[in-house]
Design a protein around this ligand. Structure first.
Ligand code: HEM
Length: 433
């Protein structure tokens, strides 16, 4: 009897277990089928809507340009073939329109902020580092931050930084001079220029003298590491999914560098907030520095800015903006400087003209340092810098989605981006000269 009872309950529990398994398996299969059908329908919809754009040859109707990221980045070739725009798709997942011509870019850049959205595909990877900063935010959040940050980006602010730029540049020149003395005849400039721009930014943003041009700094190495890893992640489509990326070696390196950078910024912002609060209480010194001598830096300015309701940015928001300033400011300027030097090296008669312009300006001065007023008296050099920015823009493209259909020249329409990664527009800044 006892044996019979045991055998029956085993049989029942087995039956109920297999029943559960059948239900779970059927559920899973149904979910996968629904997801696949939805994905394919969306793919068909965007393929149809984007047929008004030319498309580079695809591997197949399903995988599209998957595995051809390298080609997408060959912008000069694309412009030669497709002139103003073309469309791409990476498997049934991502569809994007690539715009090159200024007449096509203009209506998109001029579109009101409330219909323009920075897409997750590119900007989400920056979020762990930059939080909800200006560069990544949209709509009302972006507009509020933009108003609060405007004082920090006023042109006149740069006046205070000229001495800093001169000091950092002199350090770099010193390094190069000593290399020449040691008999070195060629230099990999980009690394040195990057350290110089980081050095300048750290002084301007945090009044922090890192000496990073002469010795290694944990914080600076972490910033360089993060910038490299972000670019690397964009190029590997399977790294776009967080749950894969955080398990990779790169993901783990990213987290480690992130904790160094965040700790540094947090400490600076908290210390500065304490000083400002203390000074407000004592109201003894109008200046914000402990020594009473230091000029306002970026953190000071954004800590003291207030919106129309008298609300300022929280510590977390200030940290996000300071991190953005470091990210957006160092690589772009380093790249612009290097490309300008490269272009001048290719056109030595223009290089000589720039050199002569600077020498004429500095003639008769004891100090060979550029001053604020000098910048508007170097017309030829300014033209060369601008031309170099036009030929080799450090930021080659921006991406946007729109919450309504966007009409472009030639009666072409970019459909609104209804879903996370579709209806994406990739605007390239390229040379049409
Ligand atoms: C040659 C140098 C630079 C170039 C070519 C450049 C280019 C750009 C571009 C194209 C954007 C738009 C990005 C997008 O919306 O996806 C942008 C945004 C931004 N850049 Fe720069 N940038 C340069 C230097 C700097 C510097 C030196 C800083 C700060 C120190 C900076 C801070 C920012 C910030 C905060 C934003 C976000 C602005 C907003 O969304 O309202 N940039 N930059």
């Amino acid at each position: 009897m006892h044996f019979l009872h045991g055998a029956l309950s085993l049989a029942f529990s087995f039956t109920s277990l297999s029943g559960i398994l059948v239900v779970v398996t059927t559920g899973l299969i149904a979910a996968v089928v629904v997801w696949t059908v939805k994905l394919l329908l969306r793919h068909a919809y965007y393929t149809h809507r984007l047929s008004c754009f030319s498309m580079p040859p695809v591997h197949s109707w399903l995988v599209g340009h998957l595995g051809q990221v390298g080609r997408v980045l060959q912008v000069d070739e694309l412009v030669k073939t497709y002139k103003h725009s073309c469309s791409w798709f990476f498997g049934p997942f991502y569809h994007l329109v690539r715009i090159f011509h200024p007449d096509y870019v203009k209506p998109l850049l001029m579109a009101p902020g409330n219909i323009t959205v920075k897409d997750d595909l590119v900007y989400n990877h920056l979020r762990p580092w930059l939080g909800h900063s200006l560069l990544i935010s949209n709509g009302k959040e972006w507009a509020r931050k933009r108003r609060l940050l405007t004082p920090a980006f006023h042109f006149d602010i740069l006046k205070n930084y000229i001495t800093t730029f001169n000091t950092s540049t002199n350090t770099m020149h010193e390094k190069w001079r000593s290399m020449l003395t040691d008999g070195k005849t060629n230099i990999e400039m980009f690394n040195d220029v990057t350290l110089m721009t980081l050095d300048s930014l750290l002084k301007c943003a945090f009044s922090y003298n890192s000496n990073c041009q002469e010795s290694t700094s944990e914080y600076v190495s972490a910033i360089v590491e993060l910038s490299d890893l972000i670019l690397n992640r964009r190029l590997r489509i399977w790294h776009h999914w967080d749950w894969i990326y955080w398990r990779t070696q790169q993901g783990r390196r990213f987290k480690k560098a992130l904790s160094i950078v965040h700790r540094f910024t947090r400490e600076v912002v908290q210390k500065r907030r304490t000083i400002i609060n203390h000074q407000r209480m004592t109201e003894s010194q109008p200046d914000l520095s402990t020594a009473g001598q230091r000029r306002k830096d970026f953190v000071d300015i954004i800590l003291s800015s207030k919106d129309e309701d008298g609300q300022g940015l929280t510590n977390e928001e200030v940290e996000a903006e300071a991190n953005t300033f470091m990210f957006a400011g160092h690589d772009t300027t380093a790249s612009a400087i290097c490309w300008t030097l490269y272009n001048l090296a290719h056109h030595d008669h223009y290089q000589e003209k720039c050199r002569q312009e600077v020498m004429d300006l500095l003639q008769g001065r004891d100090e060979h340092e550029i001053e604020w007023e000098d910048l508007s008296n170097l017309p030829f050099t300014t033209m060369c810098i601008r031309e170099s920015l036009r030929l080799h823009s450090p930021v080659q493209a921006v991406t946007r989605k729109y919450t309504q259909d966007m009409l472009l020249p030639g009666n072409r329409t970019v459909p609104k981006g209804e879903t996370k990664d579709h209806g994406l527009i990739f605007m390239s800044f390229t040379d049409f000269g």
